[in-house]
Design a binder for this molecule. Structure first.
Ligand code: C5P
Length: 246
């Protein structure tokens, strides 16, 4: 199969697995199809440096999905350390506010200068895709439409100098309209028709997300725990075929 580099650049594989060996197998088999490997809290809190070094040796982009959310001073220092560790993508929660996001940008820039590297992609998480309208209203008592709330947070992220946001593909188009085409949108909650929904509430197919303007697609269980009868590599190939020409 010919790898379409434009699709590859958009694919962010979520390495949400229990064991280091499982992650290594996924990296080894899927790296030709993956632009960026995302290490989340599940793997990072267990294997920290081991998984970071493994990905770095493969010459792939490395996204440390730490979703920082703390006071600005702490986030600034942590952001600096995340970049010094070798991450060229990382994220913070937009609900940490403007000053916290500005601090993340400052910390990351400082580290990139020290390393003589270009600044990383820093993304703000607007709303977790597992948060539905009901959760927003019933649990948080926020009586705003979930989409409008995400857009409000995206504008704040842009003001802080972030590269873009993590958001549902259902909001991608509106975010581009509100923040401009150069403001990046990374979309989780991606589910091809043939895969299970799991705990995600606001989902979309890869093709739909790209049509809505997604710059990056986070692909997790659809590939790492694929539907019966498929291997991860089969699932990945099916996704490439489904996306087709872009
Ligand atoms: O397996 P699945 O495709 O559902 O994985 C989604 C990935 O995207 C997970 O790593 C999850 O932490 C992340 N994510 C999300 N929703 C957000 C932000 C990140 O699901 N809003």
């Amino acid at each position: 199969m010919n790898i379409d580099e434009k699709i590859k650049e958009k694919i962010v594989l979520a390495l949400d697995v229990e064991e280091l060996d499982e992650a290594k197998i996924l990296v080894d088999t899927l790296y030709p199809y993956v632009g960026t490997f995302k290490v989340g809290l599940q793997l990072y809190t267990k294997y920290g440096n081991d998984i970071i070094n493994y990905i770095s040796n493969k010459n792939s982009n490395f996204f440390l999905d730490v979703k920082l959310h703390d006071i600005p001073n702490t986030v600034e220092k942590a952001s600096e350390n995340v970049v010094l560790r070798g991450a060229n993508f990382f994220n913070v929660h937009a609900t940490g506010g403007l000053a916290m996001m500005e601090a993340a940008v400052r910390g990351a820039k400082k580290a990139a200068e020290k390393l003589n590297k270009k600044p990383p992609v820093i993304l703000a998480v607007t709303m977790l895709t597992s948060i539905s309208q009901e959760v927003l209203e019933d649990e948080f008592e926020i009586k705003t439409d979930v989409s409008n709330f995400a857009i409000r947070l995206a504008k704040l992220a842009k003001k802080a100098g972030m590269t873009g946001v993590v958001a549902s593909s259902l909001e991608a188009r509106k975010i581009k309209e509100a923040c401009g085409v150069d403001f990046k949108v990374l979309c989780p909650g991606i589910r091809p028709e043939w895969s299970t929904k799991d705990d995600q509430k606001r989902i979309a197919t890869p093709k739909f997300a790209i049509n809505e303007g997604a710059d990056y697609l986070v692909i997790g269980r659809a590939v790492t725990k694929p539907a019966e009868g498929l291997t991860p590599i089969d699932a990945m190939k099916k996704i490439y075929e489904e996306i087709g020409e872009i």
